[in-house]
Design a protein around this ligand. Structure first.
Ligand SMILES: [Zn+2]
Length: 166
């Protein structure tokens, strides 16, 4: 769907995390794993996790980067490699809470939101007027103008057809 692609990063988008960013992330966590809270140790044994996952972020065409940016220190977590595996694939039993499950869920939610929006739009464009008064409502502006000074304008027994804006 077009709208989803405009908002989500290109499939497989990834950026290498510079060493300096990694060090800052580790420092920010006081050298502790965000999963098990034990000392992180050597950089080699660590995985750096984007939180939220890159594919869940909004895509900015201008910067060719996500929002927040892929290498934003505040949005990366350092974990032991073992601990990282648990987050990416979920606990072996359920897969719940893993990024992969979350991404699928987000896609589904986007689709539902889109459908909902479309339904609402379809409603406000046509179906909200009772059939009998359709002809009299050819001037959309009039409705707004009359709102402020309802007292002066006789409504001629017309049912008020528009529910208040949210
Ligand atoms: Zn750990």
């Amino acid at each position: 769907m077009q709208i989803e692609q405009a908002l989500a990063p290109p499939v497989g988008f990834r950026k290498a995390i510079p060493l300096l960013v990694k060090l800052k992330v580790v420092l920010r966590q006081n050298g502790k794993c965000t999963h098990c809270n034990a000392q992180l140790g050597e950089l080699d044994g660590l995985e750096f996790d984007h939180v939220p996952a890159l594919q869940l972020r909004i895509w900015c065409e201008e910067t060719k980067d996500t929002i927040p940016p892929a290498n934003s220190v505040e949005h990366i977590e350092a974990k032991h490699s073992d601990c990282h595996d648990v987050k990416t694939y979920g606990s072996k039993a359920t897969g719940r809470g893993s990024d992969i499950t979350e991404i699928a869920r987000t896609k589904r939610l986007n689709r539902e939101t889109e459908e909902f929006r479309r339904r609402i739009l379809a409603k406000t464009e046509g179906d909200d007027l009772p059939p009998s008064s359709k002809k009299k409502h050819r001037w959309p502006k009039r409705k707004f103008a009359s709102r402020g000074r309802r007292a002066e304008e006789p409504e001629r027994n017309q049912p008020v057809s528009e529910p208040g804006d949210e």
